[in-house]
Design a protein around this ligand. Structure first.
Ligand code: AMP
Length: 280
């Protein structure tokens, strides 16, 4: 609660009280910093409140979604909330389309409002904890989040820029179930002591194959702008969490088959054990 009382409520964020109410109901005590992760024992006694950082296309959605299933907490991607709003005929839709299709960031006020509504819906369903993906994107958003709850861990996923561009351009989304797939075959040679990276395409199952669409903001021009905006914002944000001992840097070694077991290893998670716990 000390963190909450320190926060000066920002007058410009009209929907902030709702975020405040929703998020404070899931406030937990501080978790260990990444260097001393001992997740398994910690997680049994409290909800996970994690953040996934990383450039567009790095795979935040894929890994955050897998972990959310494993840990039994919702995966909340602010990009999905924005796209959901875009697909509606609500008053925000036209305003958002203009911003998103240029690869720029939506205002803190709009994002907080969308996130706040999502948390409120979750709260009514009895959700607790979360893995946030795509939020915070700015220091302001990080400060607001820090003011209302304690984030246990921030995972920063990293890939070389060439792979990010190829992955964004190869991304396809099932317009029915919303899952992401990828048609790109990535094969980047190692150089200057850095390892190469290979990633096989991620093909859709038969029921999704005829429903693949490309995101409107996954064109080369917009992807480059999104990467530029991200790299401008990311350093201070990474530093914000690094200085608090919460940042876990993770260089993806390849596609899901190579990366997923390594990620579980650094998080001290055991897929089998979690599944057994979940079904117990
Ligand atoms: P993403 O799917 O995370 O790449 O997000 C798609 C788009 O939604 C971004 O390019 C932004 O325009 C917008 N967006 C998502 N999350 C945020 C955020 N936390 N702050 C501002 N804009 C966001």
């Amino acid at each position: 609660m000390a963190a909450i009382s320190r926060l000066t409520k920002p007058s410009s964020l009209s929907s902030f009280p709702r975020l405040w109410r929703s998020i404070t109901t899931t406030t937990t005590t501080a978790q260990s910093p990444p260097s001393t992760l001992s997740r398994r024992s910690d997680l049994s006694s409290r909800s996970t409140q994690w953040v996934f950082l990383g450039c567009p296309g790095v795979g935040k959605g894929t890994y955050a979604s897998r972990l959310s299933k494993l840990l039994g907490v919702p995966h909340i991607a602010t990009g999905d909330l924005v796209r959901h709003e875009l697909s509606s005929s609500g008053p925000l839709s036209t305003q958002l389309a203009d911003i998103v299709n240029k690869g720029q960031l939506v205002s803190d006020e709009i994002i907080i409002s969308l996130l706040s509504k999502r948390l409120e819906v979750g709260e009514t369903k009895g959700e607790s904890g979360f893995i946030l993906d795509g939020f915070p994107r700015t220091i302001r958003q990080a400060e607001i989040l820090e003011g209302v709850t304690d984030i246990g861990l921030v995972v920063n996923l990293r890939l070389p820029e060439q792979a990010l561009i190829e992955k964004c351009l190869g991304r396809r989304v099932c317009n029915q179930c919303g899952k992401n797939f990828n048609v790109a075959t990535i094969d980047i040679k190692g150089e200057n002591g850095k390892p190469g990276i290979s990633m096989a395409p991620l093909s859709p199952p038969a029921q999704c194959a005829s429903k693949m669409i490309t995101r409107a903001d996954d064109t080369e021009e917009v992807v480059k702008e999104r990467l530029r905006v991200y790299s401008e914002m990311s350093q201070p944000l990474e530093e914000f969490y690094r200085s608090r001992g919460k940042l876990l840097e993770f260089d993806l070694p390849g596609g899901i088959p190579e990366s997923w077991p390594k990620l579980l290893e650094v998080l001290n998670l055991d897929e089998q054990e979690e599944k057994l716990t979940a079904t117990a």
